[in-house]
Design a protein around this ligand. Sequence first.
Ligand code: SF4
Length: 379
Amino acid sequence: MDTIALYIHIPFCQKKCYYCDFNSYSGKQHLIKDYVEALKKEVLMYKSVLNNYRISTIFFGGGTPSILEGEQIADIMDTIKKHYDIEDNAEISIEANPGTLNYSKLKEYYSKGINRLSIGLQACQNTLLKTLGRIHNFEDYLENLEEAREIGFYNINTDLMFSLPGQSENDLVKCLEKIVLLDIPHISAYSLIVEEGTPFNDWIRDKTIVLPDEETQLEMYHSVIEYLKEKGYEHYEISNFARPGFQCKHNMVYWHNKQYIGLGAGSHSCFNKKRFSNINGIEEYIGSVKGGKIPSENKIALSTRDEISETMFLGLRMTEGISVEEFTERFAVSPFEIYDKQIRKFSAQGLLEYDEANIRLTQKGIDISNVVFQELLLD
Ligand code: SF4
């Protein structure tokens, strides 16, 4: 039986962070109860699909999944377990934000088979956390981490950000030092991207806040890579670092361009040569599911050329790159044949390298990956 990944979106947050444009909402917690019921109903709407697969990974993402009561997450897990076949060694992750997490929630997650915790810390300096509009401080993170480990969680990710207003390279390295000392096996480190419609966007425009210049941003990124590599982490994807054996299996499904189903408001799916997403609004999502209608929209049928392009640029996000054999097996054509022109050009520019087994970006290529990816889109 083939496997499939499951993503579950929890779009509630206690307070909106100043940089965030994710599909998440504050002040709508009164809808949580109905939302959980709708999610459980949506789980069942996929019976005809999911009954043909074994679930290899489950990921509760947000928003802030840990804003829900532990019992509500347990209830969703019970529904999935009752109706579907989950692999014995499935990776089951939950994103959790300090300030919403506690011992009893962690205990509930663990007892229901959730075995990976992804903690949104973002920075170790409380002044930076305040600048970002986060609801927690570094001490909350430490407390949650200690509780999680006491309960038995060992597969733990910590999300960090760099290129923040007021953040020096020294702040970043000091933070990495702390996280490494805490022996966190997986670190995601993202550069701040300022998005339209966020308070940060306005504040940057009117110069209330100032970002590090581009050169400093790149230096910060390189510091993260060098420091974590030196400490034994593998830089396995543009923004992700793991100790051996701790790569995020769920995200690998995305980067290998394999199938997944997203449940919940605004979630995305890739299944049966189609991409589709659910309605963003919480009320609309609940209304649709209550009315017995799968809340998906924007269905895009993928041509083989779409799939090839996506497999190429998603695969190149990973430092191991594209497996020539897997690609050729999947599309019955070699990537060297389809991308002959681009591969020659990028390798001459030192952006890409290859051998018989793999095609991958060099560090120089990773630094400007968006430019490279743009040229891999087939017409
Ligand atoms: S906690 Fe995450 S999802 Fe929620 S507002 Fe902050 S960045 Fe956005």
